[in-house]
Design a protein around this ligand. Structure first.
Ligand code: ARG
Length: 568
């Protein structure tokens, strides 16, 4: 339990004892303040809010409550005017916190909250025959982080890459390949070569409109399961995934399932039949739709007038399939906020079908990425490919290491961890709905709120621990009563609550912030205290504090998908 919660409980009990039977209706924890100067106490409780219910002046109330408090092991309380000032028993707080953290340091913050529950996470979900660009970074990293967070809290997680592998463009691409393509070129050039063929198709189709018909015919062949069409299409998919895998490997991302849009080809009949049966399907200019007017949304189109199904039909089929297959308690869609309407339409349709688990579907939306002040646009050729970005990040990190620490062992490996970490950190630094503007200077700075800063602090802890060696003396926790150590201890104590808050709101940045705050607090401590000086017991306590910080930073970094180099 967080120390603030504990103090609030103590106040609550004391009020009940001092004023039996009175309902104050007050949230004690919300009222607890942190005084600007720790000489005034670690916490302060203003008694003004109780005046009305207790019909007494705040100073008297403060005195009566203080008299009813008897928890010297946790804190003492002093009434000062209308305030109740709390002084923690700092030594006990240090001992308690560190004992709890160090009992299983790598598990601190985790738990079994989600035991027996399953969460499906749909993220990354890239499109076949397109290169992985930085527009897909957020979905990939937010999803990856959430998966780790849910795992850490005992959920069973199913990570799904809902590939965009369906659409008429694939017919055109096959057509172009059959006309002008060379197998080896596609094998070698990968997605770039497919794009080249696709662009050529459009250019030539301007001259020769019959190409469009040929493209459509090839798409029809894929739909009908023609062996040649399928063979080429599946091979395109393989080649795209091979390229994407390189990026996933660099980022440490993996998936349990790659069932994408085409996987649902034979599963949409059920959606259509069920909608019909339940009286939800309406005809509209030849198309079949679910009318959502009542919910102030445009209709959810299920079958277009030409008989084709759409993105939404596939998502509805996927929802039913995932529920049947994984029996999820939650199904998250980590997708850009532009698709908000799409998901609201799908979720509402599932609800109208009578499925109460519609409430377990959630769109985890995020904002746009721009690059050094420029919005990205495929059409205008302003794209930043993820592979290039990650490569440059590693190069730049290596440059910095060459300047700062040229004798470092495994420079390349550390540059990889730092460069990738810088990119990941800047992606998960703020609330996901905020747009992100990526700047190299900002991301790779070793000062301030950056990935390298947190990693550097971690390496600093490792270095202190190496120097300290094994401590044989019993820790003397009275050495950890200063403000700086106490602040670290509070952050450590509340880390489990941060992890839960991140999970509840599907917001990895809560962990990014908590971890950064811990790093800052430790650096402050490091500059103001001599960790390895003084008597053995004091050293042992400060080393233990360092050890706890080191474990929790590592966990925090892991949860947002970053690595923690031991030397930098
Ligand atoms: N492939 C889509 C895109 O890149 C995202 C798919 C998201 N997942 C889903 N189940 N609709 O925009």
């Amino acid at each position: 339990m967080e120390i603030k919660t504990l103090i609030a409980q103590i106040v609550d009990e004391a009020v009940q004892e001092a004023f039996p039977g009175v309902e104050t209706g007050v949230n004690y924890e919300a009222l607890l303040e942190v005084p600007p100067d720790s000489k005034l106490g670690d916490f302060a409780f203003p008694c003004f809010k109780l005046s009305k219910a207790l019909r007494m002046g705040p100073p008297v109330i403060a005195q009566k409550i203080a008299a009813a408090i008897n928890h010297p092991e946790t804190c003492t309380a002093q009434p000062v005017n209308g305030y109740l000032n709390f002084f923690l028993n700092r030594e006990n707080f240090a001992a308690d916190t560190l004992k709890k953290v160090m009992a299983a340091p790598e598990k601190w913050g985790g738990g079994q909250d989600g035991a027996g529950k399953t969460v499906c996470l749909d993220y990354s979900s890239i499109n076949i025959a397109k290169r992985f660009h930085i527009g897909h970074l957020s979905t990939t990293m937010i999803g990856h982080s959430l998966r780790r967070i849910y795992d850490f809290l005992g959920w069973k997680t199913v990570s799904i890459n809902h590939l965009g592998d369906w659409g008429t463009q694939f017919g055109k691409m096959i057509c172009a390949y059959k006309k002008w393509g060379v197998r080896e070129d596609v094998e070698k050039g990968g997605v770039d070569e497919m794009t080249r063929l696709y662009v050529r198709f459009h250019e030539e189709a301007k001259e020769d409109p019959t190409l469009e018909d040929e493209g459509r015919a090839w798409f029809k062949k894929i739909e009908d399961g023609d062996p040649e069409a399928l063979e080429i299409f599946n091979w395109f998919k393989e080649v795209t995934l091979r390229d994407a895998m390189k990026v996933y490997d660099i980022l440490g991302v993996s998936f349990d399932s790659y069932a994408g849009e085409s996987f649902y080809n034979d599963k949409m009949g059920r959606v259509i039949d069920e909608l019909k049966e339940k009286g939800l399907l309406e005809d509209s200019d030849g198309a079949k739709i679910v009318n959502l007017e009542e919910y102030k949304m445009p209709p959810c189109i299920i079958v277009k007038s030409d008989g084709a199904t759409i993105y939404a039909t596939r998502d509805l089929a996927a929802m039913l399939y995932r529920k049947d297959t994984y029996h999820f308690d939650k199904c998250l869609y980590v997708v850009a906020y532009q698709q908000d309407l799409h998901f609201r339409q799908c979720f509402k349709t599932i609800e109208l079908m009578g499925y109460d688990w519609a409430k377990d579907l959630e769109h985890v939306a995020f904002g746009m990425v721009s690059y050094e002040g420029q919005t990205l646009s495929t059409r205008e050729g302003r794209v930043v490919y993820l592979e290039d970005l990650l490569r440059r990040a590693q190069e730049k990190a290596l440059q910095i290491i060459e300047e700062k620490n040229p004798n470092l062992e495994n420079k390349e490996e550390v540059a990889r961890q730092v460069g990738i970490g810088a990119v990941v950190y800047s992606d998960l630094q703020n609330s996901r709905i905020k747009d992100i503007d990526f700047w190299w200077d900002r991301a790779l700075n070793f000062e301030g709120d950056t990935g390298p800063y947190v990693q550097y602090t971690f390496a600093r802890c490792c270095s202190v621990l190496r120097k300290a060696g094994v401590q044989t003396a019993a820790p003397d926790y009275s050495a950890l009563c200063d403000d700086e150590a106490q602040y670290i201890l509070r952050l450590l104590a509340r880390f489990p609550e941060d992890v839960r808050a991140a999970c509840r709101s599907n917001e990895p940045y809560i962990i990014t912030r908590a971890t950064t705050e811990l790093a800052k607090a430790y650096n402050k401590y490091y500059y103001e205290h001599r960790i390895l000086d003084g008597d053995e017991g004091a050293i042992a306590a400060r080393v233990q504090l360092t050890d706890a910080v080191h474990c929790v930073i590592r966990t925090g970094l892991y949860l947002i998908g970053m690595e923690a180099p031991e030397r930098m």
